[in-house]
Ligand binder design. Structure first.
Ligand SMILES: [Zn+2]
Length: 231
């Protein structure tokens, strides 16, 4: 079976040589290679094809031409890593994350702008409601003839807070409506992409991201994974 080239033999040898030069013990090198083997087996064979693809992976219908990459980080609990907790002597606790894998998914102009629109909807409505709340506070303070007792003040602040809460839920609602209406055209959740879905079934999850619309950063190119190990 083809192996993803991000963990290819040449790369591995280069890293091992570097580790030996740095005085890392053979036992630690073996442990690293064993962990590597486990991680490697969790990555589908067609993983590297994704980065080389000329078309978008987010288009749900006919894939358009790639214009850059969407970047996120996947995590897996294997290989089983243990951490020692201070104050618990020699007791070892299984760490939640054993592997981290940066992924670069090809994205077209249209899909990227759709992701940005969702972000805009969220921040604009939230920011808008905050501005309104502040304006309400200022205006009520400037109103002539309004007696500002503690009670009225509390009322004004409670009203402003309610406005912000309303803004937050309105923005979440509008954004999720937008995602729902357009989800037949764009995969807003990376695990709706076939390759990523297979990885999810294999135990991969998004590192620090539980949202239904995946939090992605965008770049025009990938960085060369493993480059730091080059001489
Ligand atoms: Zn697309």
């Amino acid at each position: 079976m083809d192996r993803p080239n991000l963990v290819s033999g040449t790369h591995r040898e280069r890293i091992v040589t570097k580790m030996r030069q740095d005085g890392v013990s053979e036992a630690e090198i073996t442990e690293m290679l064993d962990s590597w083997e486990i991680t490697q087996n969790l990555i589908p064979a067609d993983f590297d094809k994704m980065r080389e693809s000329k078309t978008c992976y987010f288009c749900a219908e006919s894939p358009q031409e790639k214009d850059g990459f969407a970047h996120t980080i996947l995590a897996h609990k294997e290989p089983t890593a243990y951490k020692q907790l201070l104050g618990f002597g020699k007791a070892r606790f299984q760490a939640e994350i054993g592997s981290l894998l940066p992924v670069y998914i090809p994205i077209c102009k249209h899909c990227r702008s759709e992701f940005r629109k969702v972000q805009w909807i969220r921040s604009l409505i939230t920011a808008g409601s905050m501005v309104l709340a502040i304006a309400a506070i200022v205006i009520t303070h400037l109103l002539p003839g309004l007696e500002l007792t503690t009670k009225t003040q509390l009322g004004i602040y409670a009203g402003a807070a309610a406005l912000v809460v309303f803004g937050l839920s309105a923005s979440a609602f509008t954004a999720s409506r937008y995602v729902k209406v357009n989800s037949n055209k764009v995969h807003f959740n990376v695990f709706d992409i076939d390759l990523m879905h297979r990885m999810q079934e294999n135990g991969w999850f998004l590192f620090q991201d539980n949202s239904s619309t995946s939090m992605l950063s965008f770049s025009s190119q990938t960085d060369d994974f493993g480059k730091v190990f080059e001489d």
